[in-house]
Write a protein that binds this ligand. Sequence first.
Ligand SMILES: [Zn+2]
Length: 238
Amino acid sequence: MIKLIENFFSSTECDDTIEEVYQNQSLWYQCNETDMYVLGNSLLRNQSGNYLDNNIYNFNAVNLFKEKLSILFPKVEFVKHLGKPGFQIIERNGTSKPCVWHYDSILICFPYEKEFSDFTNFNDYFDEYYIFTLMMTDGKSSFDFYPETTSNFPRKDIEETEKPLCKEHEDLLGDVCANPNCQLKEFQTIYYTPGSLIVQTERVLHRVGSVDIDGTPASRISLQGYGVVKNGTMYLCW
Ligand SMILES: [Zn+2]
């Protein structure tokens, strides 16, 4: 399921968040693979080793995000030994690399055993999971996805994806697929305004909307995070 919750943050809260992101510009980190910047302790920036404890980052906007989620979900906590939610910044005058088609497979790659001593494997251990994207900036903001690719995440120890409708579409940049038998034709697009929250509760092939990268100088800033649910508590990580 993909759900759009509008006005999750007010316009003032969005403005304050953008200000906080720019105040911490010296901590932005550019990912090699996607050219995007991240602010916070994302596993994406630390996959090759030290995914440190997150207590060096404490953003007001991330605390507010948790407070607001607590209105929608009965019990919400930050993880203590993994990264907390943070920010993704895409420069408008940058490359189109942030628009690569992908699954959020990183969700099953976290070292959850650092947080949950009885952790087994992702699918068996957690009751539910949520993928959050909260848009902060105005301008074009969209989310492209192929509904027919929706499935659960495959087990980490099984190489095949549960729905390999087109393997060559994963990591594809643009709309031209090299697979002559590609079954994916029409993607859908969700448009969002500042303060809108996109919630994904399943795995789906998606990308940052290709129309969002248009060569204008303003950047696209979103708050990103994951929620994994165990015994009625949602733990927020990133
Ligand atoms: Zn394809």
